[in-house]
Design a protein around this ligand. Structure first.
Ligand code: GLY
Ligand code: MN
Ligand code: MN
Length: 432
């Protein structure tokens, strides 16, 4: 468990204020408690943007920040009867003091209070489009506020997503240490499971082992539903059924990461369930590994964030030509994107509070350039579907290698390097 430093969130709000126009307000909503089915809910997971700004971990909450620095929290009223069922609730007064807000109100009064607080401002910023229910509430509050100020200009609604997303792109030291820990737990978990798998196990057995490892190593939750795909199921990118037997001789692709202190990790390894790669599996694996290594090297300060993508396309396409999956020249393969038959996703994504971090890849039509403190996944793959025009011996091979890298002064640091990635190292670990 990580300790919460409320000053971090106050400092973030101060930084946000610097990015707001004069006479403006910003509204961000918490996540909702989501029903699973009758009378049961999924575990509560706070909205990452709301958490980033507040550190507050309750549903039914709203943050209002004014460009003059004044901050307001709306949250649930304390309710001792409800607390007997659902646990501790801060209540506005205690939440205001602990989390460093200037004012706090009962969320039940928001429709009366909020229009009064926003009236007369020129701009209302929101994360437009992320939560349609909240967008519609915002519209109503703006209408209400405008109707109170008939002789003044209307409040302009502006999207704050790119501004907040840009702040979240560069991680501070506290965030990096949480991401580092999340990556370490996930890496140790991958190692431990790889060492203990056996022929005869099902995808479900492995899923269970990963989730158990996350928990015993200090992470309560996975950062997404693990993908445990034996054999040809590895070619289905979002395979999460995880309910089939893994056959002797098959590879298993496991894409599993955890959450620590709200920060994600995201690792994929592909390994033979019997501990020994076949010649065909090795040949494809080596191409993916070469693309992975080259893509990591392409991530450095000042380079456009699409560099790893372009590099992976080149190296992987050359590999597909060498192996005989594609014919023609490298230029033709790249120009016609022929590699897409085997590599049909992108090289990676930003990672942080969200496994696919809610941050931009380009701004004002210009690609984001790598800066120190950014975190990205690098995850090339090759997937040989039944429809591919290749010899049958290759069909059903699906391989992805995924690591999480931090941009540093002199290149990158692989935060998930504790799980082996070379074929020899994987076989040695699995047979040790
Ligand atoms: N685990 C989801 C992804 O790799 O993007
Ligand atoms: Mn992944
Ligand atoms: Mn990923």
């Amino acid at each position: 468990m990580s300790d919460l430093n409320v000053n971090t969130f106050k400092a973030r709000r101060a930084e946000i204020v610097k990015r707001m126009d004069k006479n403006s307000v910003l509204l961000i909503s918490s996540a909702k408690l989501v029903s699973r089915n009758n009378d049961t809910t999924f575990p509560f997971r706070q909205d990452s943007n709301f958490y980033y700004c507040t550190g507050f971990q309750e549903p039914d909450s709203v943050m209002l920040l004014h460009s003059n620095g004044h901050s307001t929290l709306f949250c649930r009223q304390k309710n001792p009867e409800l607390e007997k069922w659902d646990g501790f609730m801060w209540g506005p007064e205690a939440a205001k003091d602990f989390f460093g807000f200037d004012e706090a109100y009962d969320i039940n009064n928001i429709n009366d209070v909020l229009p009064e607080l926003i009236r007369g401002n020129e701009t209302l910023y929101a994360l437009v489009g992320k939560n349609l229910d909240f967008d519609s509430k915002i519209t109503n509050w703006i209408n209400s506020a405008n109707s109170m100020e008939r002789h003044q200009g209307n409040i302009d609604l502006k999207n704050f997503s790119n501004i907040l997303g840009s702040m979240r792109l560069v991680k501070d030291d506290e965030e990096i240490s949480l991401i580092r820990k999340s990556c370490e737990i996930a890496a140790i978990s991958h190692r431990n499971v790889m060492q203990n798998v056996e022929v005869g196990m099902s995808e479900y057995d492995l899923e269970c082992m990963y989730l158990n490892e996350f928990k015993i190593n200090g992470s309560r939750e996975a950062s997404y539903t693990p993908i445990v795909a034996g054999g040809a199921r590895a070619c289905i990118l979002h395979y999460i059924n995880n309910n089939q037997q893994i056959k002797d001789g098959e590879l298993v692709l496991v894409d599993a990461g955890c959450e620590y202190g709200m920060y994600a990790s995201d690792i994929t390894r592909t390994f033979p369930i019997n501990g020994k790669f076949s010649a065909e599996q090795k040949a494809v694996y080596d191409v993916v590994l070469a693309a992975h290594n080259a893509a990591c090297d392409a991530a450095k300060i000042g380079a456009p964030c699409t560099n790893p993508q372009k590099t992976s396309e080149k190296v992987l396409s050359q590999g597909l030509l060498d192996i005989g999956f594609l014919k023609g020249s490298l230029d033709e393969v790249l120009e016609k994107q022929l590699f897409r038959e085997f590599y049909y996703h992108k090289i990676g994504h930003w990672m942080g509070l969200d496994v696919h971090d809610d941050c931009p890849y380009s701004l004002d039509a210009e690609e984001i350039k790598f800066e120190k403190g950014m975190v990205m996944t690098i995850e090339p793959g090759i997937y040989v579907n039944e429809t591919a025009e290749v010899d049958n011996k290759w069909k059903g091979i699906g391989i992805r290698i995924e690591n999480d890298i931090l941009i540093t002064d002199d290149g990158f640091e692989n935060l998930t390097s504790k799980v082996p990635v070379e074929i020899d190292d994987i076989e040695n670990l699995m047979n040790s």
